[in-house]
Design a protein. Structure first.
Length: 349
């Protein structure tokens, strides 16, 4: 116990009155697998697993290259089973289900992300991590997991009916939830930061200004925003240009919020927010400008050509289309398309 206190430092009250974990055979096997992986993977920084009962696993690399440390308090041996079975999704599920928490409630999760990212980049730079982004689960569990998420993907294909369900599953959680971390601008897409210390709202305003500038909107233009979110871009664009603006979304929560904000701004005559799939817009009505900000990620590879075809049909011959999107390195593209991952499961279903 004294040794445990020494490793963890002064914030080690968690060790008082510990409850012993009793892992099953499968969970014990998973523990061996997961701890072996972390022992091999962590080449910088320090990750510590502190089990109920006081057992400690320490994975420590070069602390000069990455001086961060995080301590995971493991409450349930399912922690190991979930990770072995489903990699990063398993880690997320273990956190969601309370199988582990962090000794440092404020910085623990962030430090874990930073350590994993630092090791991923180091592994990629050394050429030792070419097959998968950060994890190579056992063949059997990987096959089961991949099969499960392949079936889920088939069921979630972005038909007009299913796209509405997919978007609602994520964006209709509640506007209150998103307002906790999106800032005053209620922008879910990436801001444009000049420094790492810059405030989120400043970066989002710069992003909006950049989009308006790139789109070259004039007062007489009709603008279509595919995936308009909570309406901040629409309101700011019309305030600056006086154009006619149509925003479409598949989220009822976003629709309600955006319409209320448009009314508060007194811009109902210039801005329409519609609950509508881009494929359902009448092609005979064309727009001078089309904007789509980090919506194309939801379209799905099998529908991407249809998306651009619809945009082409909706855009006037001399019109302008401005697209902001999330990208990944080309060499990782096929792998991410073919495997399950946290983003695919929870963010871009």
């Amino acid at each position: 116990m004294d040794a445990a206190h020494g490793i963890l430092g002064k914030h080690s009250s968690v060790l008082h009155s510990p409850k012993n974990m009793s892992p099953s055979f499968m969970e014990t096997t998973a523990r061996l697998f997961v701890t072996k992986f972390f022992q091999q993977y962590i080449s910088m920084g320090c990750v510590i697993f502190l089990e109920e009962g006081g057992r400690i696993f320490t994975f420590k690399g070069n602390m000069e290259m990455c001086p961060l440390k995080t301590v995971l308090k493991v409450h349930n041996p399912q922690f190991y089973w979930r990770i072995m079975k489903e990699a990063d999704i398993g880690l997320a599920d273990a956190y969601i289900h309370g199988d582990f928490s962090f000794l440092d409630e404020n910085e623990g999760l962030l430090n874990l992300f930073r350590i994993l990212v630092a090791n991923k980049e180091n592994s990629a730079a050394s050429g030792s991590n070419k097959r998968r982004t950060w994890w190579s689960p056992a063949l059997l569990t990987a096959s089961i997991s991949s099969a499960k998420y392949f079936v889920k993907h088939l069921l979630r294909q972005n038909t007009i009916t299913q796209a509405r369900r997919n978007i609602s599953r994520h964006y209709d959680l509640s506007n209150e939830l998103f307002s906790l971390y999106l800032g005053k601008m209620m922008q879910y897409s990436s801001g444009v930061f000049r420094t790492g210390e810059e405030h989120l709202d400043v970066a989002q305003r710069r992003k909006i200004s950049s989009l308006i500038e790139k789109t070259r909107i004039e007062k007489w233009h009709e603008v279509l925003d595919i995936g308009c979110g909570w309406g901040s871009l629409a309101i700011e664009t019309v305030k600056r240009t006086g154009c006619k603006y149509t925003g479409i979304t598949l989220s009822e929560q976003q629709l309600k919020y955006a319409q209320e904000k448009v009314k508060e701004a007194g811009l109902q005559d210039n801005i329409k927010i519609l609950l509508c799939d881009y494929r359902q817009l009448p092609k005979e009505h064309q727009f001078d400008r089309i904007i789509s900000v980090e919506m194309v990620e939801h379209v799905g590879e099998e529908y991407i050509e249809e998306f651009y075809r619809c945009c082409d049909q909706l855009l006037k011959e001399d019109g302008l289309f401005v697209l902001q999107f999330i990208s990944i390195p080309e060499e990782l593209s096929k792998e991410i398309q073919q495997t399950a991952g946290f983003l695919k499961e929870y963010i871009f279903p």
